[in-house]
Design a protein around this ligand. Structure first.
Ligand code: TK8
Length: 335
């Protein structure tokens, strides 16, 4: 008897020594979705994350990505995460303000001046502070990736000052802060899911939309839009979200691998986004879009015009949230 136990223990010990790290990983296929196409830098991020997961899990953790809104838009996919029917989504924060109003902070017009500020705020304490609010609504934020600075395109006229928006039918994300930002400048803003934008532009149901250069390029908006005005009116991040109900069934090793690999993905994704941004601008110009920068003076007038949106929405976002982001930015800017 004693002998048998010793033998069994010995066998177990041998087994645990021989066991690869992947023993902590169950075979899983994680579905991740996004509204943009696979050639968007989000694709680079997912590929890098996947390679990292393959290595850490010994091949047990797999990702299947769905592009072009194949699993529904940002909001629909995020709701699927909350109910535990989909594992992951790369989503703009903007359509999720109905789920977590604090996310509206990223929709405040002209909040970030450049990528360095966005990175410092998102990867710093403020980003953690927002991420800590998400489990309560059934979501885990693994990392902030880049969507980028948003610019306006339209089929009507160049926008060189905010008055040029008068009566323009502009598609905005499903978000009241964006809606007010454009209404306040005289536009006729319409909230719409991303998946409907191309055909709404094509049929001229709307005149305009706003997105970063890479999206204007990879979603082929240049085919149905004439003018591109470099407004840089908002930097809305991507959240890389994981379903909380599914997260709670993962091993600690699986959770740690996902967190680490989302950061590996982030670095690849941001690098790709920044590299592609200028190339995309060149590509859409080449494709025939008429591009205009705003003069420094008109840019300043637009920023000034947008200030009322801060006052109007601070209460909804949460005054403390707005104060905290402004404090973080003041620190970065050294004032
Ligand atoms: C992609 C979206 C999109 C966003 C928008 O899923 O809706 O305009 O910028 O690119 O997140």
């Amino acid at each position: 008897m004693k002998h048998a136990i010793t033998a069994a223990l010995g066998a177990m010990l041998a087994l645990s020594v021989a066991m690869p790290a992947s023993a902590q990983f169950t075979d899983r296929n994680l579905r991740i979705s996004n509204g943009v196409n696979a050639d968007h830098p989000a694709g680079n991020g997912v590929s890098a994350m996947e390679a990292c997961l393959t290595e850490k899990s010994g091949g047990a953790t797999k990702i299947t990505a769905f592009w072009g809104g194949a699993l529904g838009g940002d909001l629909q996919a995020t709701q699927a995460l909350r109910s535990g029917t989909q594992e992951m989504v790369v989503t703009s924060s903007s359509p999720l303000v109905g789920i977590l109003p604090a996310l509206g902070v990223f929709d405040l017009p002209f909040l970030f001046a450049n990528e360095e500020e966005a990175d410092a705020v998102l990867d710093g304490e403020f980003g953690d502070y927002i991420a800590e609010m998400l489990p309560e609504v059934g979501l885990i934020n693994l990392a902030y990736w880049e969507n980028g600075f948003r610019n306006l395109t339209n089929s009507r006229n160049p926008v060189e000052k905010w008055e040029d928006l008068e009566g323009m039918k502009v598609r905005v994300m499903q978000n009241n802060i964006f809606l007010d930002t454009f209404q306040n400048m005289g536009a006729n803003a319409t909230p719409m899911a991303f998946g409907e934008v191309f055909s709404a532009l094509e049929t001229k149901a709307i005149d305009a939309q706003e997105n970063p250069f890479v999206t204007i390029d990879t979603s082929k908006f240049y085919e149905v839009q004439e003018y591109l005005s470099v407004t840089r009116h908002a930097y809305t991040p991507f959240l890389v979200l994981f379903s909380k109900p599914i997260w709670d069934t993962l091993s600690a090793e699986e959770q740690a691998a996902l967190q680490e690999c989302a950061i590996v993905g982030r670095d690849a994704q941001r690098a790709a986004s920044r590299e592609l941004s200028e190339k995309s601008l060149a590509a859409v110009t080449e494709a025939g879009m008429q591009v205009n920068e705003l003069s420094a003076e008109e840019q300043a007038r637009m920023v000034e015009k947008a200030q009322v949106v801060y006052e109007k929405h601070a209460a909804d976002i949460g005054p403390e949230v707005v104060e905290r982001v402004q404090a973080a930015l003041a620190e970065i800017r050294g004032n």
